[in-house]
Design a protein around this ligand. Structure first.
Ligand SMILES: [Zn+2]
Length: 91
């Protein structure tokens, strides 16, 4: 009996705390460190919402979408900051 790969992928899409490997912090740049910390916090919040019980599905999804927007905003800030400050080799 073969388990379809797609099914396994879904099961693995939310890693447990044990499986999550902490990424090294960029200590030379406080702004990178700050944005990376904010990103990790919002990811932890998203995981908590996914796991946690909510009175209604709608409330759960509303909070999830809100956090995903926040995550996207932080990522966009991090990328644009890195582009402007840490990718000078091409210039
Ligand atoms: Zn930086």
């Amino acid at each position: 009996m073969v388990v379809p790969k797609e099914k396994r992928g879904i099961l693995l899409s939310f890693p447990t705390r044990e499986n999550a490997t902490p990424r090294p912090k960029n200590e030379s740049c406080p702004e990178c460190g700050c944005l990376e910390t904010a990103y990790e916090v919002v990811i932890a919040e998203i995981k908590a919402i996914v796991r946690g019980p909510f009175p209604t599905v709608r409330e759960k999804l509303t909070r999830l979408y809100h956090k995903q927007d926040e995550r996207d905003r932080i990522l966009a800030q991090l990328y644009s900051h890195k582009r402007e400050n840490h990718l000078r080799k091409r210039a």
